[in-house]
Design a protein. Structure first.
Length: 208
């Protein structure tokens, strides 16, 4: 073999070696980039799973009422059961309740208004204090209310409509009559016995 041929063979071998090394380096770089990309994707997935909002119903719902509103415990309890059956997460259940709250409040106000109207109607026809002498008897009841009811109780009766309930009026009416009778009752009866107290006349079956 001539020197020229030997030189060509050497150059060919060097070229092949260089090509193989370059290919190997490229493959290594590609593998490294692929591994890095896979690691980044895995990290992003883990981060997303960690920060994602919990799904499904919680063990117990914690609802927040709008300012100035008190949620009825029985309504909240029934709603919680339905929300849990539907597997609603806390945020969605709260949002739905917020949407329903105005309708719930309107319904509760309607129920109270209907009950108050019925109580007022029943009071007007009550056999004990209603009828033709209703206004006169109400004046007697109001006198007792003003004498015995605290400002807090009077506010409660007004706010709830219970002031129109026949049994509430009856209680104050009997107290008012007892007060009026006391103003004409001497300290002792003709037989010498101590006269019954206001409470005993209002509730004759009550133990002394």
């Amino acid at each position: 073999m001539t020197t020229e041929n030997q030189t060509d063979a050497t150059n060919t071998t060097d070229s092949a070696t260089s090509t193989t090394a370059s290919t190997t380096a490229t493959a290594a770089d590609t593998a490294s980039q692929t591994a890095a990309t896979s690691t980044e994707i895995a990290a992003d997935t883990t981060s997303t799973e960690t920060t994602a909002a919990p799904t499904g119903a919680p063990e117990k719902y914690e609802f927040v009422a709008p300012e100035g509103v008190t949620l009825d415990a029985s309504v909240v309890g029934a709603y919680s059961e339905v929300a849990k059956e539907l597997d609603l997460p806390q945020d969605k259940a709260q949002k739905l309740l917020d949407k329903m709250q105005p309708a719930i409040a309107a319904h509760q106000a309607e129920v109270v208004a209907q009950a108050t109207a019925q109580w007022e109607s029943d009071s007007k026809t009550d056999k004990e204090f209603g009828g033709d002498k209703l206004q006169e008897n109400l004046a007697v009841a109001f006198k007792a209310r003003d004498a015995f009811a605290s400002p807090e109780l009077r506010a409660l009766l007004d706010q709830t409509g219970l002031g129109n309930h026949p049994e509430v009026i009856r209680m104050f009416y009997r107290a008012g009559k007892a007060i009026s009778e006391d103003s004409f009752t001497p300290g002792r009866t003709a037989s010498g016995a101590t006269p019954p107290t206001v409470a005993q006349r209002m509730y004759p079956n009550m133990n002394p």
